[in-house]
Ligand binder design. Structure first.
Ligand SMILES: Nc1ncnc2c1ncn2[C@@H]1O[C@H](COP(=O)(O)OP(=O)(O)OP(=O)(O)O)[C@@H](O)[C@H]1O
Ligand SMILES: [Mg+2]
Length: 240
């Protein structure tokens, strides 16, 4: 059984059909890529799979359970985390504070994040562990706004990881990155692949080929191919 499965997803915004009959499955412990041009419907698909939007038709199953009309909070509690295409950090908070406020133990306390970041050591240890995973433990006390761009993007992934998800969705993690930052990100994602099932949206086919076990191509709201990276690259029609 696939860890996550979407069946017959349709979504429209007003007159515009954005997703049409989308069927897609994600296997546990695999890294799946989704590639496609601007406006193809990639982010919309993520929004539906993670409960930000509900589909007009179709169903989403996680671990066999129908989660189609769950709220995004409920989807998150089931073990699905995501990063956003547009950065989503608290700029005036340090790296470790950004992680701490995303830890489930802290969230449950419903603390006021504009007033009191927790200081207890168990929470800090837990946050350090996440920072180590993403290679940011050395900059734990640096404010997010003062981190270089590549590290900010890694921190966003850390925020998503803080909930110890079973599945992680990354929306264009390479956006705005140079080649050095990109190779660091490839290393990071390959490491994370050992501990969590990952789905990555990307424009950058070269990046996806480095990291993905399987890639789906989405065009005008439809999945037109799903295959191993080397097989996809051999398919001239898809490449075009
Ligand atoms: N909330 C919304 N309301 C109305 N239209 C929307 C909404 N979200 C997305 N769209 C439209 O749906 C289409 C698909 O958008 P989507 O963001 O899913 O594309 P994408 O594949 O992620 O593109 P990109 O590569 O530029 O990020 C676009 O035409 C977009 O304008
Ligand atoms: Mg998008």
């Amino acid at each position: 059984m696939a860890l996550l499965e979407a069946k017959g997803i349709h979504k429209r915004f007003g007159q515009q059909v954005v997703l049409e009959k989308v069927n897609i499955t994600f296997e546990e412990n695999q890294l799946s890529g989704i590639v496609g041009p601007n406006g193809a419907g990639k982010t919309t698909l993520f929004n539906i799979l993670t409960g930000q939007h509900w589909p007009d038709r179709g169903k989403v199953f996680f671990n066999g359970k129908n989660i189609t009309r769950f709220s995004r909070q409920r989807v998150a509690r089931m073990g699905i985390a995501r990063s956003f295409q547009i950065m989503n950090l608290f700029d005036d908070f340090t790296a470790i504070e950004n992680i701490m406020v995303a830890l489930p133990n802290v969230r449950q306390r419903q603390f006021n994040m504009f007033m009191n970041v927790p200081t207890d050591s168990a929470i800090q240890d837990e946050a350090y562990e996440v920072l180590r995973r993403i290679g940011l433990d050395k900059v734990a006390r640096t404010e997010a706004k003062n981190l270089p761009y590549g590290k900010r993007r890694a921190l966003e992934i850390g925020v998503a990881l803080a909930s110890k998800p079973r599945m992680l969705f990354l929306d264009e993690p390479t956006q705005g990155m140079g080649s050095d930052q990109m190779s660091n990100l490839i290393d990071l994602v390959l490491k994370l692949k050992e501990i969590v099932t990952i789905v990555v949206i990307e424009h950058d086919m070269d990046f996806l080929v480095e990291i993905a076990d399987v890639i789906s191509v989405i065009l005008w709201g439809q999945i037109i191919a799903t295959d191993a990276p080397d097989k996809l690259l051999a398919n001239r029609g898809v490449l075009q």
